[in-house]
Design a protein around this ligand. Structure first.
Ligand SMILES: *Cc1c(COP(=O)(O)O)cnc(C)c1O
Length: 465
């Protein structure tokens, strides 16, 4: 399998290269050259399969030529063996139409563990013994950082510099990052929003001077391997609800468009997906883009669902590329327009292409709290604010009797204050991380400027020169 850039000019890469590279050298994002498809029989045969076997079936075409099925199985067994639930991502029924897919049973209690536990092992496999060293630079609205740090702490050949917006991640999220004291982990709190942090990371990658000095790599959801790992659970859930004979809809609490793009890939591979509902909070750029074709950046409003407080959705570019006929040169021009004016219109082809599969909704604070109470009262399920946004959108969507799976993206204890405010129930951390508030923290605070952050990293990272 070869991978090509959405902006048309970076060289095509294989799976190993694309995993280590993250962002493409032309500023674009990598995608498979073509979508592999799975036959109806192959999908039907997933019904009784374990999570690991499902993962191998779904991901094998993407790693072909780089990892054998047995090598892939060994990595998945190790990655998903660290989850605390035997089903890895269990389905929980709420009523006759609604299900939750619990993606938060990994080490840091958010769905990002599903991808990052595997990515950490892929990095180690591709780097250890090679004499190579990579410097991971990332921005996090909370969950990516903790999941990446857990997956990469102490691993050979990797340093991690993780930027989080100071004071805008929850205490649990911050402590999950800052209490990891491994010497290859560097936490930086910057003044600004998540978008500011993400823009700094992009600027570092786009600076030939800086990125030429260090072998920079990304673990944000711009990294293809992460999206690939997330495709698996769409298959895993849908076959348990009747696919491939019965189509299933998904409601996805969305920020950077990574998780829901994985659902799009599942549909491209042949999974009968009735609808992908893109659920946003009041930071609704994706809802506006899908409903009206208006992709224009607003000001970020902090909410109780901080992992979705985003006004630029990096992975949306992948969808626009695929829907727009995979014309990298045209897309590069469209994205350059967006980067200079902070606004763009979707083309007719992009709008029409999205209309069949995607729905969208914008959920405000009241509707979020109502969804949390509904889940609690109807089925005794305590859900986190992100999941509640997905569930509120799922309940409002008009989908007849199609089963709707809301992706439950975080454990409620990660957002205990918001959950208690809405439901009166204070969720508690699982015993395995219950001592989080006793652990020592370590991080540095910096102004959100390119010069301050690059100077900090340059002092500590391994130079390739
Ligand atoms: C990251 C995250 C999201 C958003 O996922 P994207 O892939 O960025 O769309 C939603 N909920 C939680 C809890 C998250 O950590």
């Amino acid at each position: 399998m070869r991978y090509i850039s959405t902006r048309g000019t970076a060289p095509a890469l294989d799976f190993q290269q694309v995993t280590l590279a993250g962002l493409a050298s032309d500023g674009g994002l990598y995608l498979p050259e073509s979508w592999p498809t799975l036959s109806t029989e192959t999908i039907a045969a997933m019904r009784g399969m374990s999570y690991v076997d499902t993962a191998v079936t779904v991901m094998a075409p993407f790693v072909a030529g780089v990892l054998s099925d047995d090598e892939l199985r060994a990595l998945c067994t190790e990655a998903y063996g660290r989850f605390s639930h035997a089903a890895v991502t269990p389905l929980v029924q709420l009523d006759q139409r609604h299900w939750l897919l619990e993606l938060f049973h990994g080490p840091t209690l958010a769905f990002k563990d599903v991808a990052l536990q595997l990515l950490g092992l892929l990095f180690e496999r591709f780097l250890s013994g090679s004499g190579k060293h990579v410097t991971i630079v990332g921005a996090t609205s909370g969950d990516t950082g903790s999941a990446a740090i857990d997956a990469l702490a102490g691993r050979e050949g990797v340093d991690v510099f993780m930027l989080h917006p100071k004071g805008r991640v929850s205490d649990v999220q911050r402590r999950q990052m800052t209490t990891v004291l491994a010497p290859n982990i560097h936490n930086i709190a910057i003044d600004g929003s998540f978008d500011d942090a993400q823009a700094l990371v992009k600027a570092m990658f786009n600076s030939p001077d800086f990125s030429g000095r260090f072998a920079l790599s990304a673990v944000n959801s711009i990294n293809w391997a992460r999206l690939m790992a997330q495709v698996v659970y769409y298959f895993y859930a849908a076959v348990r609800l009747g696919a491939p004979e019965r189509p299933v809809a998904f409601s996805v609490p969305t920020g950077n468009f990574g998780d829901v793009f994985a659902g799009y890939v599942a549909a491209k591979m042949g999974l009968p997906v009735a609808k992908l509902i893109v659920a946003t909070n009041v930071n609704d750029i994706l809802h506006r883009a899908l409903a009206d074709g208006d992709y224009s950046q607003g000001t970020v409003v902090p909410t109780p669902s901080p992992s979705m407080d985003i006004q630029v959705s990096s992975n949306f570019e992948r969808l626009l590329f695929d829907l727009g006929g995979r014309d990298g040169i045209a897309l590069a021009a469209q994205m350059a327009g967006f980067e200079s004016s902070k606004a763009m219109r979707l083309t007719n082809a992009q709008r029409e292409g999205a209309a069949g599969l995607f729905g969208s909704d914008r959920i405000d604070l009241d509707d979020m709290a109502l969804a949390m109470r509904w889940a609690c009262e109807k089925s005794g399920e305590v859900i986190d604010p992100h999941t509640a946004i997905g569930l509120a959108a799922a309940r409002r969507a008009d989908l007849g009797d199609v089963p709707v799976v809301t992706l439950a993206t975080a454990h409620p204890a990660k957002f205990d204050d918001a959950v208690e405010r809405a439901t009166g129930v204070r969720p508690t951390l699982p015993a395995r991380i219950g001592d989080l508030f006793e652990r020592q923290e370590r991080y540095d605070s910096l102004p959100g400027t390119f010069d301050a952050v690059t100077a900090y990293i340059a002092e500590r990272a391994v130079s390739t020169r």
